[in-house]
Design a protein around this ligand. Structure first.
Ligand code: ADP
Length: 237
């Protein structure tokens, strides 16, 4: 039994809880009554065909969009009641990766990653340098901190995006179709980096319809279709 608002809520174990969450864009029902839990340190997939509502669900989790109705808790923060000034606090607990990388083209690789720490109020230049170089090392991009993203391949840009997602040591990494624009080899590298972040303790939530990723296995999965959850699977607890 994975689900239900009345299920005992233990914030030590449950990092995301959605209960009957819906999102409407005008007449379009992008999501209808979505209910599921993600436990701490899960490697969790949200799958389903194009237009199913996967990206919309991600946007609700990082409050890129407000829900229309329902109830959601993300790492202890109640998204239904969250105040505007608390949103940066929520975002600091999240690392977000997009299909189209979303790096700042005119800033160096180093600065793209450093921005996260600056926004979080890390004042020490030395700490920023050490932490940025540590994550660039992890993603295999420490040799090119000064180049700008447009000179890099898609796979390399996504590695920088993973570094940016990891540098703030977030409790949750949200990856929205992270390999959809990549060749198979780069996709594998990105997947391996997400596995490494998971091994270090992060909760990973990935939207994907990529058979390669789905074949790699996970601890839990929900399938969406036309905005509805049509199937879910996971380890009982
Ligand atoms: P997926 O990520 O699974 O491809 P999306 O979450 O992007 O699906 O879209 C789900 C549904 O919501 C689609 O019907 C889409 O057209 C609609 N939708 C998504 N974003 C918007 C928006 N900003 N305005 C209106 N409709 C939207």
């Amino acid at each position: 039994m994975r689900f239900g608002r009345n299920m005992l809520f233990d914030p030590e174990k449950t990092i995301i809880r959605l209960f009957e969450v819906s999102k409407h864009y005008g007449e379009t029902d992008a999501l209808v009554d979505i209910t599921f839990d993600v436990r701490r340190n899960e490697f969790f997939f949200i799958s389903g065909p194009s237009g199913a509502g996967k990206s919309t669900l991600m946007k609700l989790l990082y409050l890129g969009e407000p829900m229309s109705s329902g109830y959601a808790i993300v790492d202890g923060m109640n998204l239904t009641r969250i105040k505007k000034k608390q949103i940066p606090l929520l975002r600091r607990r999240l690392g977000i990766i997009f299909q189209d990388y979303r790096l700042i083209p005119g800033k160096s690789v180093f600065d793209n990653v450093a921005l996260v720490l600056e926004a979080a109020g890390v004042a020490s230049r030395r700490e920023i340098r050490d932490r940025v170089m540590e994550v660039l090392e992890k993603v295999g991009m420490a040799d090119r901190p000064d180049v700008c993203p447009p000179t890099l391949s898609g796979g390399e840009q996504q590695r920088i995006a993973v570094a940016r997602a990891m540098v703030g040591r977030p409790s949750i990494i949200l990856a929205d179709e992270p390999t959809a624009s990549l060749d198979p080899e780069s996709a594998e590298t990105i997947f391996d980096l997400l596995v490494a972040a998971h091994d270090e303790g992060a909760t990973i939530v990935i939207t994907t319809h990529d058979r390669y990723l789905l074949s790699k296995g996970c601890t839990g999965i929900v399938y969406l279709k036309n905005g509805r959850c049509i199937h879910s699977d996971g380890v009982d607890r």
